[in-house]
Design a binder for this molecule. Structure first.
Ligand code: CTP
Length: 211
């Protein structure tokens, strides 16, 4: 069988701790063997739309994502070719004009609320993870993050959560838990789960003798 990188999907609701799981795994292996592709960076480009229109977009629906581009990039990375990852601006609600050159690595983490929703993405994954965190914890994390880092107001975060994020989570995100090989409660703080993931990845890498 031809050698190819290992692909790990990390899904879960907004604020569940996907980023911290990806970061904890990344920190164990370092830049040499692992890269993270955030599905958020692959939101469809909306630079042609006026700002007011961009505010109306449902960012929690599967159609908000440019999965075609994400899949194309994963295929390239699987062939050990570099890709130009888009950069997303949460304040302007669109893709920025910049890209980040990502060099291929032996482990690819695909992280995002709906990475397990698209069958084409699931078929590319060797390990599928769902980060399962209670909704009260998720909304508290989201409030703090969106106000501090994404230029939002308290009222706008609450409105968006109740009208869009919560219903879309129940309709599209939560049901993808059934596709997961591993369900991690509480995200990156779950040291045991992270250690198990790291051990599994290490075994796969050792089999390929790349460590
Ligand atoms: N989103 C938004 N405005 C945009 C684009 C996305 O508010 N212009 C929100 C969507 O509502 C979606 C969320 O971004 O729910 C996805 O990011 P999230 O999963 O919360 O962040 P991560 O850091 O990827 O994950 P985690 O909090 O689990 O670490």
């Amino acid at each position: 069988m031809a050698k190819k990188p290992v692909v790990i999907g990390v899904a879960g609701g907004s604020g569940s701790g996907k980023t911290s799981v990806a970061r904890a795994i990344y920190d164990h292996f370092g830049d040499r063997s692992i890269l993270v592709l955030e599905q958020d960076f692959y939101y469809k480009d909306q630079s042609h739309l006026p700002f007011a229109e961009r505010l109306k977009t449902n960012y929690d629906h599967p159609l908000a994502f440019d999965n075609d581009l994400l899949i194309e990039h994963v295929h390239k990375l699987l062939r050990y070719e570099p890709v130009d990852k888009p950069v997303y601006d949460y304040t302007l609600h669109t893709r920025s004009s910049q890209v980040i050159r990502v060099e291929p690595k032996e482990v690819i983490i695909l992280e995002g609320i709906l990475v397990l929703e698209d069958e084409r993405l699931r078929n590319l994954m060797d390990i599928k993870v769902y980060v399962d965190t209670d909704p009260d914890i998720r909304i508290i994390r989201r409030l703090i993050r969106d106000i501090k880092e994404r230029g939002r107001t308290f009222d706008s975060v609450i409105d968006q959560y109740l009208s869009v994020v919560r219903p879309m989570h129940n309709q599209f995100v939560e049901p993808t838990k059934r596709y997961a090989d591993v369900i991690i409660p509480e995200g990156g703080q779950n040291v045991v789960a992270i250690d198990l993931m790291v051990a599994k990845i290490r075994t796969v890498l050792e089999q390929k003798s790349v460590l």
